[in-house]
Design a protein around this ligand. Structure first.
Ligand code: NAP
Length: 287
């Protein structure tokens, strides 16, 4: 990669930021398509967010990924927001068009991309979604366009019910309920796809799963959006019963691919991006 006075700059901002896989994925894609672009990572504290956004304009940074804890607060600095951002009040992708900042949220699109590109057809299906946090909301918002039925279970039942009720106008069958063993087991019986969008299974909870292995069945597709570790206990248990599995790196990849396409207008080289992400994970020894 040769950096010159013409090189366009992209970056991810968050706090902490050391573990981000975005620079590896995006720089591999830029290089593969011979784009004179570079992707960096900046740790930005909450106190400095406004200054960081000012710097995007001042330095002509072409695009940003925005991660925790800024996904919500960055919305106040936008000139324009896509429908997902308006609904979620959260941004993960920012495009700087000659000083005009446009916000997007590609998390939900990323989850759908991960399922579809792994051969999962969602039309007419029932999805059981565990969690009602930021990622679960984005996934639920995108799923309502595709599925017939969506059941959202969350430890804090009020959040699941609230999410189901705001999604209700989409006209699909959507329910929200408490994430109890009984509810989970009952809803799993007639679900086609199970998505874990909680932090359970993530390091340091890597030995845990919300779903008992005996509740799983071969006809089910199981997606775990946790990507650290890549092979969560839920993914291992699902594979063991013969269920189709989709891991969290796939969602990370397709949300990154969607950001890439927003910034460049080019089709993202997903295989190149996947290899770069997996190489980075392997190099760190965190898989
Ligand atoms: P968040 O907004 O903090 O939400 C956390 C969710 O986990 C909430 O639904 C919370 O339930 C639930 N939870 C926490 N502890 C629990 C427990 N002991 N039992 C049951 N539920 C529990 O976090 P987020 O941003 O949505 O992220 C969630 C996970 O998704 C993280 O592991 C993150 O790394 C991953 N993620 C992956 C991608 C990807 O591209 N693959 C993208 C975004 C996020 P309560 O509401 O009851 O607290």
């Amino acid at each position: 990669m040769v950096i010159s006075g013409r090189t366009e700059v992209f970056a991810v901002i968050g706090d902490p930021i050391e573990h981000t896989l975005s620079p590896a994925m995006q720089n591999a894609a830029f290089e593969h398509l011979n784009l004179d672009f570079v992707f960096l990572a900046f740790r930005v504290t909450s106190d400095e967010l406004e200054n960081a956004v000012r710097a995007v304009r001042a330095l002509g940074i072409r695009g940003l990924n925005v991660t925790m804890p800024h996904k919500n607060s960055v919305t106040e600095f936008l000139d324009e927001a896509d429908p997902a951002v308006k609904f979620l009040k959260a941004v993960n992708t920012l495009l700087n068009q000659r000083g005009r900042l446009r916000g997007f949220n590609t998390d939900g699109v990323g989850a759908l991309g991960a399922l579809k590109n792994n051969g999962v057809n969602l039309a007419g299906k029932k999805v059981l979604l565990l969690g009602a946090g930021g990622a679960a909301k984005a996934i639920a918002f995108s799923l309502t366009k595709e599925v017939d039925e969506l059941c959202i279970l969350n430890r804090d039942a009020a959040k699941a019910r609230e999410l189901a009720s705001v999604l209700e106008p989409c006209g699909k069958k959507i329910v929200g309920n408490e994430l109890s063993s009984i509810q989970l087991q009952q809803e799993l019986r007639d679900s086609d796809v199970l998505i874990n969008a909680t932090i359970v299974g993530m390091t340091p909870y890597a030995s845990e799963s919300l779903v008992k292995p005996e509740w799983l069945k071969p006809e089910l597709t199981v997606m775990d959006i946790v990507y650290n570790p890549i092979e969560t206990k839920l993914i291992r248990d699902a594979r063991a019963v013969g269920a189709k599995v989709v891991n969290g790196v796939e969602m990370l990849l397709y949300q990154g691919a969607a950001s890439f396409e927003i910034w460049t207008g080019c089709k993202a080289p997903v295989d190149v991006m996947r290899t770069a992400a997996l190489n980075q994970i392997t190099a760190r020894g965190t898989h």
